[in-house]
Design a protein around this ligand. Sequence first.
Ligand SMILES: CC(C)(COP(=O)(O)OP(=O)(O)OC[C@H]1O[C@@H](n2cnc3c(N)ncnc32)[C@H](O)[C@@H]1OP(=O)(O)O)[C@@H](O)C(=O)NCCC(=O)NCCS
Length: 144
Amino acid sequence: MQVRTATGTDKRNVITLWDACGLTRPWNSPEDDFDFALHGPSSTVLVLESNHRIIGSTLVGHDGHRGTVYYVSISPDHQGKGFGELLMEAAEDWLRGRGVWKVNLLVRKENSTAVRFYEKQGYGDQDCIALGKRLDGRADRSSN
Ligand SMILES: CC(C)(COP(=O)(O)OP(=O)(O)OC[C@H]1O[C@@H](n2cnc3c(N)ncnc32)[C@H](O)[C@@H]1OP(=O)(O)O)[C@@H](O)C(=O)NCCC(=O)NCCS
């Protein structure tokens, strides 16, 4: 079991995992998200690998102020075994290593399971409203 930085050749398997975990949406391109994070100066994609199979992944990065994570995913057949916690620790270590001291993240309102998971990792409601706006001219249909 190891956490490592993804490479371009992991893209298909990572997106299959994000799909299997119900994290992709038709109005967002996971391919663009993967490429943008992997090639950006302040972001990456981490994968959790077991026996040469990717069983977990997250996109992590910072905006020069706060860190964030997206697409936090553990394959359905490996959930509930502590791997999500391991992945979050790796993402937090990645951010700490770049001098980031706080993480904010978005959870869709209907995903109460994920909220309970994050609360276990020490995350709490920040009493904020998340606002968003698309800059590519497409219709805004989602929170992220
Ligand atoms: C959310 C997710 C990443 C958690 O990963 P996981 O490997 O199943 O979680 P872990 O086994 O590491 O759990 C860590 C802790 O969180 C708790 N936890 C996990 N899921 C929970 C749930 N549904 N309800 C309550 N607690 C939960 C565990 O009990 C554990 O605490 P413990 O050590 O005291 O037992 C995983 O379930 C997943 O991929 N879900 C689908 C995708 C998703 O919703 N991602 C979040 C997007 S915002």
